[in-house]
Design a protein around this ligand. Sequence first.
Ligand SMILES: [Cu+2]
Length: 466
Amino acid sequence: MLFSCRSSSRPSAESPRDAGPATPIAEFAGAYPADAPSSSAVKSYDLVAAETETALVDGTVMRVWAYNGTVPGPTLRVRLGETLRVRFTNRLPQPTTIHWHGVRVPNAMDGVPNATQPPIAPGETFVYEFAPKDAGTFWFHPHLRSSEQVERGLYGVLIVEDPKPLPYSHDVVWVLDDWLRDSRGQIVEEFNTMHDLMHDGRWGNAITVNSNTHERLVVSSGDRIRLRLLNSANGRVFKPDFSGIDAKVIAIDGMYLREPIEPKDLEIAPGNRVDLDVTFAATESKSVAIVDRFYASTPNHLADIWIDGIATPPPFFESPAHAHVPAWRGALVTAVDQEFRLNARRGGPLGIEWTINDHAFSAHEHDHPAAVTFTQGRFQHLRFTNESYRLHPIHLHGMFFRLLARNGSAVDEPFFRDTVLVHGKETIDIGLVPLDLGRWMMHCHILEHAEAGMMTMIGVVPPSGG
Ligand SMILES: [Cu+2]
């Protein structure tokens, strides 16, 4: 059903000045800050990307590409107010970059080759340095040949802690991924195949949590844990069933919700993060299986949670999910500022091109002027029309957005996103207020679709246009 309250030119008693198009802006005020808190504290990490061999998936020694020798790479932690400095060295046989997915960084730190920095050649070092503006669960991965480099194992989690982290019993990260392995248990080294391009990217034959087919989380009765999930797969969407545990969603794509919600029908598309607040009260020992039900007919076992023993519960605290997230009920009837049609066609270097408004982005275009320009601080109503039958998790760099509608029906998700799954033949509407200046990528996070052209560049310019 469409909301009937219009944000047209009729002033109301509640907002005499800001009625009309300014209303979504008034509602947005206080959602998240324009700037990072000022501080001089710096947290430094060294990160090296290199080929290595490590026992993964089911214990097989696999040839992978890894950050600091592990897959997932190290979990980087920084507190809100601190500056993160990462001295990165490329020891891969290919150039690479690091993109900080979901983090509102200065444009020059965004890791988009030729657009925000030159590719980092083999043997070279590049220092990434920025002060995060938002606390939450983020991740990092290459933004060059990503369908190969991410698939080979290059990704890690970045946790930006609250200034005063809540006293959870444990803070747990689950990185969901899948691997396409050959008969020897090694990564199939054909990337961007015609099959991957014609479907929803590369879906593997081994599903892992933290690179383990039998991930087991051991907790005690009395524990209250923060469980952070990330989907780092090239194409696979997960829909984990949490009905066996007492869990509430507190954050999506890093950002706290307006209020905690039940983790029901949660589709975690490539790039998405979900943070859960989980309480264990059972007194008897038991094991709970967490199962992926994205395709109901073929459920996939993800992990087990073993509840064993009794722990002293942490002192009670309220859920952190009480962020200011605008409802934007009138936004759906505002004019659409920009429509993006998503489709495919034969042709291009890979044989199939994935297009946005009939255009397939090529690697040589990164330094071209942005295809679309937004004004900083102004509300934007965008529409994505999927003219294809495939999945497209659309990711925007440098900004968060709110889903307004699916197929014209209003949706009030009480949270912002940086990635939203657009299903086959679906139309979605989103609203956003860009705060961060620069040239930002928008692309499908099915990495094969992106590689085959489903990317574009959005410029965010100051209100003066200068
Ligand atoms: Cu796609």
